[in-house]
Ligand binder design. Structure first.
Ligand SMILES: [Zn+2]
Length: 491
């Protein structure tokens, strides 16, 4: 039986969620977005027009439907009606968001996704649904987002304010959200059985250790590497060999499960989680292979590295059998090189807890792109920016491969151990070294380190004295190492 697959997605979802200041509004929008795209709600919306496509996997802000069809049926009118009703539902729930929809027909979702839906998105051949433009352009602007015109006055904790439709939806208390919580934060909390995360960003930052100053947060944006290439290759081989099974129906679903499990494991393994028995990570969006979270700055490296490692391990596990068959078929059919299991990369940005999340999301996205680009999306990698220490300019250091810090056997590398050593050096000494390095270079920094007795901690990040053109033994330059050490766990 052939199916028409109709997908819907929220566009620039991270920017949309963070268009109001403060965690309160993000939480409400994140909860509504997750609720509006749950299977039960969508089933009511579409009635008997379509069924839920269970092969697509779970992702906030994404709806995947399918309609069984006989070959040659004209489905244009049916697809249009289906899109109209889903768009109308999403628009009511999330007045300020932007959505798109695309469709394609075929025997399996994987093939339709790789060969029709994904190329359509890339070429912009989608049906869009945009927020309506203001009827009265001169109306007072909304006091919460300063983006859309206000439509009415709403009670707020301090005073009543004129709000737009989208901000009225966001104007709910934490208690109201927790009573019916579909958000990625609520799901993570109940999956792990932890007490709720703090109320706002300042309280979240205050959970950090004494040395952190308890006022800095990290924003971590993670995204899968080269999943498109993997899906496309799988679809091609499946087309070439109609008998191939390879569990391809469930592949998209098992990858979105890997994302959720990696998030849960990385959160659970944080020292802070054990110490407080409460959620110390606030996920804003959890998609199929992407995650955006805020957490105390001194937990960021432990979280990010564990997430990337766990995601890689889980995806490897879930795809090992499929990859064996896929690679054998590629080699036999067309002499194509073997594909490896997809991984994920991360962008990490450190800033004061008061720094606006929408700007952090942009910076984290840029770091993420740099990390992916540096390694061609072929291995797990990370790029970071410390806004407090280095400003908002693009980072001057190179992104790091995860393999520079964890080896294939899951053991800490020499570089990671050396970073722990450098992190144990007092913060004021590290600040002096950074200053010396910027002023007169690595030799001066080394001389200072020698004088105060920290040369051992610095040496692994210096080129050999007689071969200054050689990279340091750890592969990490002193400037980058000092930046990493600032928030590196030094237990
Ligand atoms: Zn507004």
């Amino acid at each position: 039986m052939s199916h028409v697959y109709v997908d819907f997605g929220a566009v620039r979802i991270q920017q949309y969620l963070t268009r109001t200041a403060g965690l309160r509004g993000h939480r409400a929008a994140s909860n509504t977005l997750a609720w509006a795209t749950t299977d039960d709600v969508i089933r009511e919306v579409v009635n008997d027009l379509a069924e839920i496509n269970t092969d697509a996997g779970e992702a906030d802000g994404v709806v995947s439907l399918r309609i069984p069809v006989e070959a040659g049926t004209d489905t244009a009118e049916l697809i249009r009606r289906l899109q109209d009703s889903v768009f109308a539902h999403l628009r009511t729930a999330l007045p300020g968001a932007e959505f798109h929809s695309m469709w394609g027909e075929g025997d399996s979702y994987l093939t339709v996704y790789a060969q029709v839906l994904e190329p359509k998105v890339r070429r912009g051949e989608v049906r869009r649904d945009l927020p309506p433009t203001a009827e009265f352009p001169l109306a007072v602007p909304c006091r919460m987002c300063h983006t859309d015109p206000a439509v009415g006055t709403e009670p707020l904790p301090d005073e009543p304010k004129a709000l737009c439709l989208d901000c009225s939806m966001r104007n709910v208390s934490r208690r109201q959200i927790m009573a019916d919580d579909h958000s990625p934060e609520g799901r993570l909390r109940s999956a792990l059985g932890l007490k709720p995360a703090p109320n706002d960003f300042a309280e979240l930052a205050a959970l950090g250790g004494a040395q952190s100053g308890r006022n800095h947060l990290a924003t971590v944006s993670v995204d899968g590497n080269a999943f498109g290439v993997f899906f496309k290759a799988l679809a091609e081989e499946a087309d070439a060999d109609a008998n191939a099974q390879w569990g391809k129906a469930a592949i998209s679903r098992s990858l979105s499960e890997a994302t959720r499990t990696a998030l849960a494991n990385a959160t659970l393994e944080l020292p802070l989680t054990t110490e407080h028995e409460r959620l110390c990570v606030v996920p804003h969006v959890v998609g199929g292979d992407d995650v955006l979270v805020s957490l105390p700055a001194d937990q960021a490296w432990a979280f990010t590295l564990t997430f990337l490692r766990e995601f890689g391990r889980l995806v490897h596990e879930k795809t090992a059998a499929i990859l064996d068959e896929l690679n054998a078929s590629r080699a036999k059919r067309a002499g194509l090189p073997a594909l490896r299991a997809p991984t994920a990369s991360a962008g990490v940005v450190f800033a004061h807890a008061r720094y606006p999340l929408n700007l952090l999301v942009e910076s984290a996205g840029r770091c993420l792109s740099e990390a992916k680009k540096e390694f061609g999306g072929r291995q797990a990698s990370v790029q970071w920016l410390d806004i407090t220490a280095d400003g908002t300019d693009a980072p001057k250091h190179k992104p790091l491969a995860l393999s520079a810090l964890w080896d294939a056997g899951g053991m800490e590398t020499r570089a990671a151990a050396a970073l722990s050593g450098l992190a144990k050096v007092g913060a004021s000494h590290r600040a002096r070294l950074t200053e010396a390095l910027r002023g007169s270079g690595p030799l001066t920094a080394a001389a200072i380190a020698h004088r105060v007795g920290h040369l051992d901690a610095v040496q692994p990040f210096l080129s050999p004295f007689d071969q200054p053109e050689q990279p340091p033994e750890t592969g990490i330059e002193l400037g980058a190492a000092l930046g990493l050490a600032r928030w590196w766990p030094c237990a």
